[in-house]
Design a binder for this molecule. Sequence first.
Ligand code: HEM
Length: 101
Amino acid sequence: MDDDEKLPNAHNIASQDNEDDIEHKIVRMNVPYAQPGHGIVGTYFIGYARHFTVTQRMLNNMFSQSDRLLDFSTPITGSAFFIPSRRLLERIAEGDYFPEA
Ligand code: HEM
């Protein structure tokens, strides 16, 4: 379906980050898990982005626009991690990122 055929709160419409009329993308992964004996099912969602603001805007959009995904799933928790680039790690190892240390 084209985007204009979907409901405005369809997940892949509501979550879009179109700041400054540019559709900003993130790399997305879902890892399902289950403990069937305990009635537990779910998925870990992981979003990789150069700038956390993109992911944050997507999350804000999902909650403020009643993303349809939230009718079927319950967010439990979340975390943000910083992954340094290879170049930054090299600079830290070379001692020129924290020169006072
Ligand atoms: C359990 C949680 C989630 C599930 C199961 C899920 C699943 C999906 C699915 C099936 C699509 C459609 C993919 C396609 O059309 O090929 C999608 C699209 C998308 N999701 Fe999620 N999602 C989840 C959470 C999130 C979260 C938390 C974010 C934002 C932080 C997010 C951002 C997006 C975006 C931006 C798209 C559109 C991608 C594009 O069209 O380029 N999703 N998601």
